[in-house]
Ligand binder design. Structure first.
Ligand SMILES: Nc1ncnc2c1ncn2[C@@H]1O[C@H](COP(=O)(O)OP(=O)(O)OP(=O)(O)O)[C@@H](O)[C@H]1O
Ligand SMILES: [Mg+2]
Length: 340
């Protein structure tokens, strides 16, 4: 985790100090653009407060005005799988820009991956489908996230996954145009970025978020990022070549053909080959998980034949089941059988 410049261990807000009507309890963690604190309100409610790095907030005179304007719009967005933003502002006395949001005590998808590795298949799909639905709402309102990654999917106390930091990339976009390389800030995280975002992040649309969510789903299913170990230059070279991601089933063979197919669509190198909307992704994932997706015959057949040859000509019962399903017969697979 990147240290917030010029701060001590506690950062900008000290435990026990006041923040408006609230009292700062502790630092929750630091990210590339600031630090997040847990604060207690007088009525007993708890909130998470993200304080942006002063060097970002002070990067240009209009920045704070734009920040508050954008944050006010984010406050109007509500979805059960989106971390709610309650307030945002610029405190001239403290010299900080802050966002007050819903406190998510259940940790992040990244924490879960670090602790337990790959997730049960049904859980991974359910998280991806819920986040796709939240993205669908954001995209409909004209907001692209630009930094969908496991760190930005947080869990509520009762385990509901919610997307965080929506709009933060947009706050940064204005702040970093001149200072991006100077401050070492990259908008987005290369390992999760769509090829077109790697090449020109100024000209992307909702389909870049769909790609990133596909990479997160791949990681939730396998415990590894598809391009693990690649350098940024290596990722860029793959983006330029339009290289496909490896088939998820090489790492997790129990993933159904339907889910693997939807994932491959989400991570198509060309945006025009991805599902057009996040809501369509949510729908495809739910149907794939419930065996309710009719797959196109040709590409999958080719994939199966190629795969069976590498297996020395033996077609496992797994592949035979899929082939039956494609031909319109029942695969005999029970709902949920893929799950761990
Ligand atoms: N609403 C929240 N509730 C609880 N913890 C949070 C909340 N938002 C962020 N955190 C935690 O605070 C820490 C810092 O989060 P932050 O969003 O600043 O960085 P990040 O997402 O890890 O990385 P990046 O800055 O690259 O987005 C992380 O450990 C994160 O899980
Ligand atoms: Mg974050």
């Amino acid at each position: 985790m990147v240290n917030v410049k010029g701060e001590g261990e506690e950062g900008l807000l000290r435990p026990g100090s006041r923040f408006g009507d609230c009292q700062v309890e502790r630092l929750l963690g630091k990210g590339g653009v600031g630090a997040v604190y847990l604060v207690n309100a007088p009525g007993g409610e708890q909130y998470a407060v993200k304080v942006l790095r002063p060097d970002i907030a002070g990067s240009d005179p209009d920045y704070k005005k734009r920040f508050v304007h954008e944050a006010e719009f984010m406050m109007t967005l509500r979805h059960k799988n989106l971390v709610t933003v309650y307030d945002a502002g610029d405190d001239p006395e403290m010299g900080i820009c802050y966002i007050v949001m819903e406190y998510m005590p259940g940790g992040s998808v990244k924490d879960r991956l670090c602790e337990h590795g790959a997730m049960p298949i049904s859980e991974a799909i359910s998280i991806a489908a819920q986040i796709a639905d939240a993205l669908g709402m954001a995209h409909f309102q004209g907001v692209i996230h630009r930094d969908v990654k496991p760190d930005n999917i947080l869990f509520s106390a009762d385990g509901v996954p919610k997307l965080s930091d929506l709009g933060v990339a947009k706050f940064l976009k204005g702040a970093t145009s001149a200072t991006e390389t100077m401050q070492g800030i990259i908008i987005g995280t290369p390992a999760y970025m769509a090829p077109e975002q790697m090449m020109d992040s100024s000209n992307i649309d909702a389909r870049a978020d769909i790609y990133s969510l596909g990479v997160v789903l791949y990681e939730m299913l396998t415990g590894k990022r598809p391009n693990d170990g690649s350098t940024v230059m290596g990722l860029l070279a793959k983006a330029i070549k339009g290289e496909e991601l490896p088939d998820v089933r090489t790492m997790r063979p129990e993933v159904s053909a339907a889910v693997a197919y939807v994932l491959s669509l989400m991570c198509s190198p060309k945006p025009e080959n991805r599902p057009e909307t996040s809501r369509a992704v949510a729908d495809l994932l739910v149907r794939a998980a419930a065996d309710g997706l009719i797959l196109p015959k040709k590409p999958l057949r080719t994939a199966i034949i190629r795969r069976s040859k590498t297996m020395g000509g033996r077609i496992s019962s797994f592949f035979r089941n899929i082939a039956d399903a494609i031909d319109g017969h029942s695969s005999g697979k029970e709902k949920g059988k893929d799950d761990d």
